[in-house]
Structures are given as C-alpha cells and as structure tokens.
Ligand binder design. Structure first.
Ligand SMILES: [Zn+2]
Length: 169
C-alpha cells in the first residue's frame, strides 16, 4: 500500500512536470521565436532590430513586453489616419476602427485585412490570443472578445508597437 501511494505520487509529480514543460514549450515555439528564426517576410537580426527601434519599442515588439497603461500618446489620437507597424511600417489599423476602451491602451475593433497574425499565448497562467504583425512578426498586443459592435472584438495594442500616419488632407 505504501509503495502504491509512492508510485501514484510520482505519477502526479510527473504530470505536473509535464504540464510545466508544455507551458514552456508553448512559450518558445510560437511565432515570437519563429520571428527570430526568419519565418516572416521581413526579418532582421537582433542587432538590426535594436538599432532600428528604441529600447522600449524593442521590448514590446521583439520580447512581448507590455507598456504601462495610459502611457501612450496614441490613446488620445483621434485624427483620421492609419496606424502602422513600428517595426516594418505595414499598415495595421485604421482610425475608423479605433475606440476608447478605457483600458489605457490603444484599442481597435478590427485590424486591416491581412495585417495581423495570432497565436495562443499561455503566459501569466492565462490563455490569451496574442496578436502580431503579419509581415515582421513584431508583437502588438492581445485580442479579447469584449469589444464593441460590429465585431465584438477588442484589439488591445501597445502604442509603442504603432506609428500613426494622419490621412492626407
Ligand atoms: Zn511589422
């Protein structure tokens, strides 16, 4: 009986270890690392990205950092125009889909066609939908299903990952 309990205990420990390994694998096999392995249309070395981006932009786009809420000037950007990828300049979001979600991050109810890619993000012990630039793999933010009509989606995007270009007058 003692021995059986010991074996079950070991199996339980193994299952926990397996789960942790799966979590770890999920972190390292997603497009964030794929971006570093050159699986996107626009690829650069770490040194090239570091020279192109500010340290804060690099942390968000290349290391999936999240900027502090209410820090981006783009929260208050209300002009007509287009929000481009700060990494590769691909147009990602139209001002027509921007709204104030009150979260402190620039929010959109949809991306431009063929602009962003997604993957499941299991970091921070949550399952979230990570969203990145389709062309360079740069991390943008996350997508949630509590947005406004017509899509009901909320693209919660780091302002540091975006470059706003006003529409030509
Ligand atoms: Zn990009």
């Amino acid at each position: 009986m003692k021995r059986r309990e010991f074996l079950l205990g070991s199996a339980g420990a193994l299952a926990v270890a397996g789960g942790a390994a799966a979590l770890w694998m999920g972190r390292t096999t997603g497009p964030a690392s794929a971006a570093n392995q050159g699986m996107f249309e626009v690829t650069k070395t770490e040194a090239e990205w570091r020279s192109l981006l500010t340290p804060a932009q690099y942390a968000v786009l290349r290391e999936e950092d999240t900027e502090r809420p209410f820090t981006s000037p783009l929260n208050k950007e209300k002009r007509a125009g287009t929000f481009h990828c700060a990494g590769c300049d691909l147009p990602l979001y139209s001002s027509a889909a921007k709204y104030d979600s009150g979260t402190g991050w620039p929010s959109f109810w949809e991306a431009l066609p063929d602009a962003v890619g997604t993957r499941e993000d299991t970091s921070l012990f949550m399952v979230r939908t990570e969203c990145h630039c389709r062309r360079c793999g740069g991390h943008l933010g996350h997508i949630f299903d509590d947005g406004p009509p017509p899509t009901g989606m909320r693209h919660c995007i780091n302002g540091l990952a975006l470059a706003f270009k006003p529409a030509q007058a």
